[in-house]
Design a protein around this ligand. Structure first.
Ligand code: IPM
Ligand code: MG
Length: 358
């Protein structure tokens, strides 16, 4: 297969982890006889420094021309005081919106090799963990209008709008149902329908959409309870579907119970066009440039790319098995090191996974 990938390394540890993922991509290409060509484009803080804005037009064009996109991370303290309209994060939000990437899949799975790195008690985490968080990615409070600052009774006030249309809810619930059908057929929709009007519509539309999948067992949970249940008994969940902001928060929570946010990949997809793959963690400026980052979430994002963009399941499994093998051999980056095994840096970890593929 001929595959064109647009790389968006971004800021902080982004370039380091993307570099390691490219090493793995090259190895997969060689092993399975694919031709993978990569281009690189600017996003986030590096784009601001180079062009003045976080998402140059050229980056959108490059992404549109690719078959898939691999992103590192954006942001850092350097741009924290910049005009909010051009913050690095706007680059990430902008590319999601520009490419219509409304469905964000964030699998939280426990690597059995890393059970001891989990923050949960062994009797809880021992029940296993295999959750797919399906997060709506181009709506809700992140993009809702009106938004901004105003003056109320002589003092500053700020506001955002959490808004969803029926069709926006329908399409993400369809994605979640299709995924649930390939898994345990249990779907839990997370909302705040006891308080928010937007959640009441969310629930109504979710019920009628999921009814088209009679085999699916649909349940609903308020977001505060869901946050608690994820810690109390994560094994109860199969697929979670939720709106943008709730999904942002819950997916971080789901990831950390696996031991490290440095392990979890994600896929962001639209109806057509290239999908975008990225680790769910941020740019970790505190460890950037020191060869300390965990490249596994980005490498596992490459596995998701093979699976979801190219339907290359064997290649996806090969990457995942290579990661398991390296972990089983005891290699750990700092974030997943709990006193045993061999501590390695970012590039060594990437090389080990690439070698494990051979
Ligand atoms: C994520 C991140 C982003 C988000 C930030 C960096 C804009 O936290 O991908 O989860 O909030 O969506
Ligand atoms: Mg987040």
């Amino acid at each position: 297969m001929n595959i064109r990938i647009c790389l968006l390394p971004g800021d902080g540890i982004g370039p380091e982890i993307v570099n390691q993922a490219v090493g793995v991509l090259d190895r997969v290409a060689a092993k399975f006889g694919h031709t993978i060509t990569t281009t690189s484009a600017l996003i986030g803080g590096i784009a601001i420094d180079t062009t003045g804005i976080p998402l140059p037009e050229e980056t959108i064009t490059q992404c549109q021309k690719a078959d898939a996109i691999l992103l590192g991370a954006v942001g850092g303290p350097k741009w924290d005081t910049i005009d909010p309209a051009i913050r690095p994060e706007k680059g990430l939000l902008g590319i999601r919106k520009a490419l219509g990437l409304f469905a964000n899949l964030r699998p939280a799975t426990l690597f059995k090799e890393l059970t001891s790195a989990s923050y949960l008690r062994p009797d809880i985490i021992g029940q296993g963990l295999d959750i797919m968080v399906v997060r709506e990615l181009t709506g809700g409070a992140y993009f809702g209008e009106p938004r901004g600052e105003t003056v109320v009774n002589g003092e500053r006030a700020a506001f955002n709008t959490m808004i969803y249309t029926e069709s926006e809810i329908e399409r993400i619930v369809h994605v979640a149902c299709k995924i649930a059908m390939k898994r345990g057929k249990r779907l839990c929709s997370v909302d705040k329908a006891n308080v928010l009007d937007v959640s009441r519509l969310w629930r109504e539309v979710t019920i009628r959409t999921a009814a088209q999948y009679p085999e699916i067992q649909l349940s609903h949970m308020y977001v505060d309870n869901a946050a608690m249940q994820l810690i109390r008994d994560p094994s109860q969940f199969d697929v979670l579907v939720t709106e943008n902001l709730f999904g942002d928060i819950l997916s971080d929570e789901a990831s950390i119970i696996t031991g490290s946010i440095g392990m979890l990949p994600s896929a962001s997809m639209g109806t057509t066009g290239p999908a975008l793959f990225e680790p769910i963690h941020g740019s970790a400026p505190d460890i950037a440039g020191q060869d300390l980052a965990n490249p596994l979430a980005t490498i596992l994002s490459v596995a998701m790319m093979f699976r979801y963009s190219f339907n290359l399941t064997t290649e996806a499994l090969a990457v995942e098995q290579a990661v398991h093998k390296v972990l089983a051999q005891g290699y750990r980056t700092g974030d997943i090191y709990v006193g045993q095994g061999t501590k390695v840096g970012c590039s060594k970890m990437g090389t080990l996974v690439a070698e494990a593929l051979a």
